[in-house]
Design a protein around this ligand. Structure first.
Ligand code: F6R
Length: 241
């Protein structure tokens, strides 16, 4: 299903409604958490429901999509910091129930396998929130990623490093690699919610949703999933047929 809404805030409400309904029936539901700008309206809408409507996310488990390799956990832009700040603390989640891949260089060769085992032990992800990069990546699965991949280290493209340089003092400080859930990992979630806002995402969104399924556009793999909601604003929808 493709849902075109007026504003990112309306998209946030749409997704928050789905998550609230899930959690009402399954208080220990498992959410797949994205970072970056795209999911922020979802977290804002959830925060309002927690504050004003008594939504309780305290038993919900969470798995982040990815983490930079070699950025210390306490760095303000590590996804461990971002998830703690923007998600766990704001939404009243239990930090012990929310996992982020461990991007420390020490143990990086086995970190992917361990993350896959943790997701399996939790029973898999119920709703996976996804943004898409202008390179076509989901998670940090850059073009050329196997559509069957598991969590592993990927090199970031120059384009992705430029896109994410806004979070760092300079592009030189953007890490070159990330530990990311694989495309296969993402496809094992029960429900995918792909979000995109703004004209800069219009072309790549159309490739993901309507183009050929190809490792050159890892986001196109969502077409292989049986339950995908694509929630976009008008600007991001302009290239859809
Ligand atoms: C974030 C992630 C990335 C972003 C993508 C879009 O955890 O895995 O795939 O969703 O880079 O980033 P924004 O939302 O900042 O445009």
């Amino acid at each position: 299903e493709v849902i075109i809404v007026d504003t990112p805030a309306a998209a946030g409400e749409w997704v928050a409604q789905r998550i609230s309904a899930l959690v009402a029936g399954k208080p220990d539901a498992v959410l797949g958490l994205a970072t970056g700008s795209t999911p922020l309206p979802v977290y804002a809408a959830l925060e309002r429901r927690v504050r004003e409507e008594g939504l309780n996310l305290g038993h919900v488990r969470g798995f982040a999509l990815d983490e930079y390799v070699g950025l210390p956990a306490e760095h303000p832009e590590s996804y461990r910091s971002v998830i703690r700040r923007d998600v766990v603390e704001r939404l009243g989640m239990n930090a012990e129930l929310v996992c982020v891949p461990n991007g420390d260089r020490d143990g990086i060769n086995t970190a992917g396998e361990r993350y896959e085992a943790d997701i399996r032990a939790a029973g898999g992800v119920d709703i996976q929130i996804l943004g898409v990069g202008t390179s076509g990546h989901i998670g940090f699965n850059e073009p050329g990623s196997s559509l069957n991949s598991d969590t592993r280290v990927k090199a970031l493209t120059e384009q992705t490093r430029r896109d994410n340089a806004r979070f760092f003092p300079s592009i030189d400080e953007v890490p070159t690699h990330a530990l990311t859930q694989g495309v296969g990992t993402i496809l094992r979630a029960k429900h995918l919610v792909l979000l995109a806002f703004g004209a800069a995402k219009a072309e790549i969104l159309a490739e993901c949703v309507e183009g050929p399924v190809t490792a050159s556009v890892p986001g196109s793999a969502v077409q292989l999933h049986r339950h995908v909601s694509v929630v976009v604003d008008e600007a991001a929808a302009t290239h859809l047929r």
